[in-house]
Design a protein around this ligand. Structure first.
Ligand code: ZN
Length: 544
């Protein structure tokens, strides 16, 4: 009896992996790769029930792996009114969106919106409370600025929170009043009274958020991701919606759950450990990943911890979130409990602190292949790279930060440091297998600016930031597939198209191996996504 494939993609460029090279066709069976090869060699696998997809010269790759993003918060944000400049360039457009949402929800329901930037709005100012009242008189409205630190509310929201023009803002906060009237604007801790009355997301809403963000990832060719801080939004309770999403077929992407392990009450690790949730537990759709502690902030916000001062201020070194002693103690404990670790460290002083703690734990309890990671790992020295190589510690960078924030890095750090940041070439040379990721919602999960940045080291304004760190398209695809799998110890199960590996495939509208970086950035989209042999995204309905 002949073996017939369930699905065959043929007549294209099938990029199977950096070592595997390119084939014309790939056959899938039982949710896995059955074979790859020239069309003529794969043709005998076509049976009466085989679904044959004509690539027509397009590119198929292993499903992309976004090794660090925040799936659940991303999905929650997507439920809100999208007030980002590209969706709401004018004040009228923004108010129109809020009006439409209020009418759709009905009176009394909260209208949540996020992403406006007053500098990019036509009126070059924040919206006023009265303007929100006019379009949503019967709904409380909470509109968050793109930075996440400033909000605008309407009268109904203030009423529910008990805020009046004479309310004194909590310390570290602002409730703005002009001419004895609330303007609508609140900043930082000034929002505490509003936070108390904002509706908490139900478990069903959390499942919906996971599903929505996952479907969006599928539409980009992404079939796997790591949620880089499970517990950040709703503490240990967040684990439940992940399990229900998976059980009910509402988890669109394979998810590696990184557990928030910050010292103190924020950590969900004690609850997880008691429940047997250690690194590796689970299966190919949903697996327990590493533990995370935040050790610094962000470079653009001047809060990442540097050994040398930021530009224009000879004292500012950024923010250190943990003391070395506390960090060492937690690392030793997590290491002993057999967790992989994936600590957030952006600048060299934080990276030094984390790397030293990992080195101590690995020296005390050697483990040849634990693969502790450093998330972001943006600004580091050659000595750090050599020590990471010696200790088996791997970077989890976001090359797209160069595209989105590269110009900002020059303004806060001057020349020198940005060029050496996120050294993809340096990591490849040291065999540190850098993965690729977007940190969405920090950056959009769209892979094309990320690929463009790896190929060109260019910002969105065209500034070249350390061109010697640029990669080839083969290396770029390897980072986005095989090395993403390696980062979660899954490189023997996915990340390449080879017989027996998971049948995760992305089809792109253009053969990126032959395109210019600009064509990839501006003129490429994902046409088709297959996860475990099943079509999960089909832009043109070509598989019906
Ligand atoms: Zn993150």
């Amino acid at each position: 009896m002949a073996v017939h494939a369930e699905t065959i993609l043929r007549n294209g460029t099938v990029w199977c992996g950096r070592l595997e090279g390119v084939a014309q066709a790939v056959a899938l069976w039982g949710g896995r790769v059955l074979a790859t090869g020239p069309d003529a060699e794969i043709a005998p696998l076509i049976g009466p029930d085989t679904r044959v997809i004509d690539l027509r010269g397009r590119l198929a790759t292993p499903g992309l792996i976004d090794a660090h993003l925040h799936l659940l918060p991303y999905g929650l944000g997507m439920l809100q009114v999208d007030a980002r400049p590209k969706n709401a360039p004018t004040l009228d457009a923004l108010l129109g969106l809020i009006k439409a949402r209020a009418e759709a929800l009905g009176p009394g329901k909260w209208v949540l919106a996020r992403g406006y930037d007053q500098f990019k709005l036509d009126v070059k100012r924040h919206p006023w409370r009265e303007e929100l009242d006019r379009v949503a008189p019967d709904n409380p409205v909470h509109l968050v600025r793109t930075c996440g630190h400033i909000s605008i509310c309407n009268s109904k929201a203030f009423e529910l929170a008990g805020i009046t023009a004479t309310t004194v803002a909590p310390p570290g906060g602002l409730i703005e009043v002009q001419n004895g009237q609330l303007t609508g604007m609140l900043a930082e801790n000034g929002r505490d009274p509003i936070r108390k009355v904002l509706p908490a997301a139900t478990d069903e809403e959390l499942v919906g958020a996971i599903e929505r963000a996952g479907q969006y990832l599928n539409s980009l060719g992404v079939t796997s991701c790591m949620d880089a801080a499970v517990g950040m939004h709703s503490h240990f309770r967040e684990i439940g919606p992940y399990f229900s999403a998976e059980r009910s077929g509402r988890l669109p992407v394979r998810t590696y759950m990184c557990l928030l392990g910050d010292p103190g009450p924020k950590s969900i690790v004690p609850d997880c450990h008691r429940a047997g949730l250690v690194t590796g537990a689970g299966h190919d759709m949903l697996r327990v990943g590493p533990v995370k502690i935040f050790t610094d902030g962000s470079a653009g916000g001047r809060t990442a911890w540097m050994s040398q001062p930021y530009l224009g201020d000879d004292k500012t070194l950024g923010v250190s979130c943990q003391t070395g002693a506390v960090l060492d103690e937690y690392v030793m404990d997590y290491h002993r409990k057999r967790y992989q670790m994936a600590f957030h460290a952006i600048c060299d002083a934080a990276i030094e602190q984390v790397l030293r703690a990992y080195e101590k734990a690995l020296a005390a309890m050697p483990d040849a292949d634990r693969r502790h990671r450093i998330e972001h790992c943006g600004f580091l020295t050659d000595d750090h790279i050599a020590r990471m190589q010696a200790a088996g510690v791997y970077p989890a960078p976001q090359p797209v930060f160069i595209y989105d924030f590269g110009d900002l890095y020059y303004s806060v750090l001057g020349s020198g440091r940005p060029e050496a940041s996120y050294p993809m070439r340096g990591w490849f040379n040291a065999d540190l297998k850098p993965s690729a990721s977007t940190d969405a919602p920090v950056c959009d999960a769209n892979p094309f600016p990320n690929i463009y940045a790896m190929l060109t080291r260019k910002t969105h304004k065209g500034t070249v930031v350390g061109g010697q760190q640029a990669l080839t398209i083969d290396e770029t695809l390897q980072a986005y597939t095989e090395y993403g799998a390696f980062a979660e110890k899954a490189e023997t199960r996915k990340g390449r198209l080879a017989p027996g590996l998971l049948g995760d495939v992305a089809v792109f509208s253009r053969d990126m191996t032959k395109a210019t970086p600009e064509e990839i950035l501006e003129g490429t989209c994902c046409d088709l996504t297959i996860r475990g042999g099943a079509v999960v995204f089909d832009r043109h309905g070509e598989t019906h």
